[in-house]
Design a protein around this ligand. Sequence first.
Ligand SMILES: [Cu+2]
Length: 384
Amino acid sequence: MTIESTTPPVDPVDRWAGKQTAPLSRRALLRGTGILAGSVGAGALLAACAQAGVTSWTFPVASATNPDAAAVPSDPTMSMAPAAGASPSAMAGMATSPAPVGGARDPSPADFASPPRYHPASSTPIAFDLTSNDGPGETILISASPATAYRSMNFGRQVPAPTLRITEGETVHFTLTNQGQMPHSIDFHAAQTAWSTNYQEIAPGGSFSFAWTANYPGVFMYHCGAAPVLMHMADGMYGAIIVDPKVARPAAREYLLVQSEFYGSGGEYAKMLNNPPDFVVFNGQANRYKATPLIATAGELVRIYLVNAGPNSSSAFHVIGALFSHVEADGNPANRTGMRQTIDIPPGDGAMVELTFAEPGTYPFVTHRFCDASKGALGMFKVS
Ligand SMILES: [Cu+2]
């Protein structure tokens, strides 16, 4: 159900037949929206280069005149390799505080891993408003050590985007306001609505609203679907939706982890196409919860909502030293199964796992695809 629009969506046929078959750089996108021509200094920021027929762009190293940009290490994976194999005792206290890098900010709030709380289903629509953002002010710190900045595109000026938690049967009244310099869109995996009606691109400065109802419980991804989708997703335009079942789950200590990949320093479409990523992260920053472990108590029920935003790699989620007592594929109680050790979450999917730590100690969590864990998809539970 479309409610209102201040700018008409881009024609869906143009969008896929045209833009999708010819990879677009940010430069091309900005030119298309008329931003480059009227933007002083934009040309200096966007240093385009052609590579194997695919255009990508990077931004220059930090300087006094361009504090938004930041240097990117030549091989950011090298200094992260020991994490997965180190002993728990050796890993405790290895935290490094994120240092400012050319104005880069933390990707998402410090408490992002603690999802919004369950609420009983209401007949009153849930308002969920997002802004879409891109451009020079959206540089985030995707790794604290080595300090690495990334020029993001995002919803709500954070990566991952704000979490939507609702209850099965509730209706969401959604508005996207595009504050960026290029078209953006929305795609709620929890919704059942026509792509051609509600998931179309919104021009810069425009806004668009529609309502949808969560008919199924689960853990879902949402993301921008503007072309090229790969770039908008790899640059940070994704978030999580938790749809609780009508009958509330038992009380537990709850966490949310969103796995995703980063390629280069932002907007590097050729790298996104070719793999592999430079960083694979939980909740927007490599090794974030090695620096600040998630806490739990031995014997209590711990529930983790998981989303793999990808855009390219599967997650093999595993907690070292623990077993999942129950798993729900897609986070749906209809898919509930018993004990599992490692669960596969393809890009664009979600899951829910429950576990109980047997005794106090430190328990790493990883994707058991260890090339990705070694690139930052590693965190710790500190269990008292
Ligand atoms: Cu977008």
